[in-house]
Design a protein. Structure first.
Length: 265
């Protein structure tokens, strides 16, 4: 039975784990606060035992400003592990601002606001020769989409008509990771949908689907966004997904936000 160790059981990793369990995989999950189905990140003996036993290892833990906690605590053990596949969930934020241009896996990294992300991405890539790094754009899916923001009255439309982002449905990300278990060489893969576009278009589509009025256009100042949300609008890029399609045989089930939002209903 294949056995995947997943460090960091967040939204994306949890949905991936459920799908793999359904396919007969054994899953060991690690999270900061353990529950009945996971082990605690600080349980050194249990985590190291799982690293030594797993056939596949995936980290979805984001770096902190000072360092990547998984690499700090367990990097050497993962580097020496007998696993046949290793992976890391990175971010397309490593590309920084491209002024709306397309970026792919060969584009420069480390030029944006997320220096810790770029450093962690590089460190994971150097850890093992079988490492797959999945650079992920904005992630949405059931319970975490523009539909939820509209329902809860948290949706904004920002008056930045030339601001372009890429995104991916959470289950398409899972499908890309699963595809890499059976095909494609180690390396970097962007897992994004086929239609980068302004965030406003998602909000407008969600309003149509829910029969709700479209919120007014606001400036960044009028929207009173959190520093994290405001920083989101400081970068502008389109993320190409051709390498994952060519080498993994992966195609997003939800190629645009329209299909993805309807699925979230």
């Amino acid at each position: 039975m294949p056995h995947m160790l997943i460090l960091g059981m967040g939204y994306t990793a949890s949905r991936l784990a459920a799908r793999l369990r359904g396919d007969g995989w054994r899953i060991t999950g690690v999270r900061r606060n353990a529950d009945s189905e996971t082990i605690a990140f600080d349980d050194d003996a249990a985590v190291r035992a799982a690293i030594a036993q797993a056939t596949h290892i995936l980290s979805s833990v984001p770096p902190q400003e000072e360092a990547d906690p998984v690499l700090t605590c367990y990097g050497a053990a993962i580097a020496a592990a007998p696993a046949i596949w290793t992976g890391y969930l990175s971010s397309t934020g490593v590309y920084g601002d491209a002024a709306g241009a397309w970026v792919d896996e060969a584009s420069p990294v480390g030029l944006g606001r997320r220096a810790a992300r770029a450093q962690a991405d590089a460190d994971w890539g150097a850890l093992r020769p079988d490492m797959r790094r999945f650079r992920l754009p904005g992630i949405y899916g059931p319970g975490r989409s523009a539909l939820d923001r509209v329902r809860e009255g948290r949706a904004h439309r920002i008056d930045l008509p030339d601001q372009i982002f890429s995104r991916a449905h959470v289950d398409d990300i899972g499908a890309g990771i699963i595809a890499s278990l059976h095909a494609g060489p180690p390396g970097v893969y962007n897992l994004s949908d086929d239609l980068p576009c302004a965030q406003n278009r998602l909000i407008e589509e969600a309003c149509v689907l829910l029969g709700q009025p479209v919120p007014p256009l606001l400036t960044l100042e009028e929207a009173q966004l959190s520093p994290m949300a405001r920083a989101f609008y400081a970068e502008n890029r389109r993320v190409a997904n051709g390498r994952a399609k060519r080498l993994l045989g992966w195609t997003p089930r939800y190629p645009t936000y329209r299909q993805g939002l309807r699925a979230c209903l």
